[in-house]
Write a protein that binds this ligand. Structure first.
Ligand SMILES: CC(C)(COP(=O)(O)OP(=O)(O)OC[C@H]1O[C@@H](n2cnc3c(N)ncnc32)[C@H](O)[C@@H]1OP(=O)(O)O)[C@@H](O)C(=O)NCCC(=O)NCCS
Length: 191
């Protein structure tokens, strides 16, 4: 049950084959996809191909992406991830999140992302969590800030398709285990 997590208002569980419709539905909202594809939906075939990988382990994590279920309603509201990147080595993972527009603004992203960070540095034994987003994705950047990641750099990648806001580049935020520990101790001791 190590891969079943919960926050106050959300259950985070591994993805299942039956989640295909929910994933396709989530990505069919242009507002959700605005800073990812410029608003374009992800075709169903893409998730048919991707879902098995979402249900499998990656790097040192035997679960790396969790479906978020709202406890009060039992509804699928999106997902949270800690995605290892082979290029960066086994000690790091990329924090990600995507939620249905209907639940934005309730603090769910912050709640789930905070748990990802905590698990990363406790149960999962990672040394560094980073997160990437478009510079102009202010809601996502605010969530990164609120869970303790700090701004590291702005960069410009050659994306195959240029979307609105891309001229401002992408940003990386990060938090190391050492800084997380220091902050935890400071919070506990009030110093
Ligand atoms: C990013 C996302 C997950 C945020 O979800 P959420 O549940 O609304 O987030 P929270 O309620 O926990 O917190 C959002 C914070 O951003 C702030 N915010 C929201 N929109 C904002 C904007 N346009 N400008 C500045 N701040 C903004 C909120 O006020 C809140 O901060 P606060 O608590 O200090 O007021 C959600 O918008 C989403 O799924 N977007 C589409 C997918 C996406 O872009 N994912 C990230 C890609 S890397």
């Amino acid at each position: 049950m190590r891969n079943f997590l919960e926050t106050g208002r959300l259950t985070l569980r591994p993805f299942q084959a039956g989640d295909l419709d929910a994933l396709v539905g989530l990505d069919s909202d242009p507002a959700v996809m605005a800073f990812l594809t410029g608003g374009k939906a992800t075709p169903r075939e893409v998730y048919e191909e991707r879902l098995p990988g979402m249900m499998a382990g990656r790097g040192r994590l035997d679960c790396w992406i969790w479906a978020a279920i709202e406890k009060a309603s039992g509804d699928f509201v999106g997902w949270f991830s800690l995605r290892p990147d082979p290029a960066r080595g086994p000690d790091e993972a990329e924090l990600g999140y995507r939620l249905r527009r209907a639940v934005w603004g309730r603090g769910y992203a912050t709640e789930g992302a905070a748990l990802m960070v905590e698990k990363a540095f406790t149960d999962f034994g990672l040394e560094r969590v980073f997160a990437l987003t478009m510079s102009v994705n202010l809601a996502s950047r605010r969530v990164m800030d609120k869970v303790g990641l700090t701004y590291l750099r702005t960069f410009f990648d050659d994306w195959p398709e240029v979307i609105a806001g891309a001229e401002h580049g992408d940003v990386e935020y990060a938090l190391t285990r050492a800084d997380w520990r220091r902050r935890e101790i400071a919070q506990r001791t009030g110093r």
